[in-house]
Design a protein around this ligand. Structure first.
Ligand code: FEO
Length: 170
């Protein structure tokens, strides 16, 4: 049986990951309205990945006979004006999620819950990759975004991203 505090945080993470999916869909929606289908594609896939993350937490709770409680998902509240805004907000959000995963890891460690720690290892690594990707997007936009040709090329590059299921299977 998992520790009560760990169960609570795992449940909370289901909601946070679904919120991340919703936030990234909002970013895709923003770029789509601007005619930047590559940026929209990148964030649509990002949203799918976040839904996958939510489902991994959901399944992990079920696999450990812990209750899952689905809470309301907040409306994305980030104000988006410039083409750079979603990229900067995306990085901020990933740093926040990294903090949540680390808090969860600490709680599992405190409860000597080695199974949950091992489950979370994948997410610790994933968060590292997410932050690198978010930083790269900002750098590329800074370098090429102000030039129409550069923006066109960047949009084309982002359009080629394809969805793949997470490497962690439960
Ligand atoms: Fe679920 Fe972007 O981390």
């Amino acid at each position: 049986m998992l520790d009560k505090k760990v169960i609570k945080l795992l449940n909370q993470q289901v909601n946070k990951e679904f919120y991340s999916a919703y936030l990234y869909l909002d970013f895709a929606n923003f770029y789509s309205a601007k005619g930047l289908d590559g940026f929209a594609n990148w964030y649509e896939i990002q949203a799918m990945e976040e839904r996958d993350h939510a489902m991994l937490f959901y399944r992990y709770l079920h696999n450990n006979n812990a209750g899952v409680e689905l809470e309301a998902i907040d409306k994305p509240s980030v104000k988006l004006d410039s083409l750079m805004d979603p990229l900067k907000e995306g990085l901020k959000h990933e740093e926040y999620v990294t903090g949540l995963i680390h808090d969860l890891y600490s709680a599992a460690h405190e409860a000597k819950d080695y199974r949950t720690m091992q489950f979370l290892d994948w997410f610790v690594k994933e968060q590292g990759e997410e932050e690198v990707n978010a930083n790269d997007m900002i750098t590329k936009m800074e370098l090429f975004g102000s030039d129409p040709k550069g923006l066109y090329m960047l949009n084309s590059e982002l359009k080629s991203r394809v969805y793949s299921a997470p490497s962690l299977v439960l």
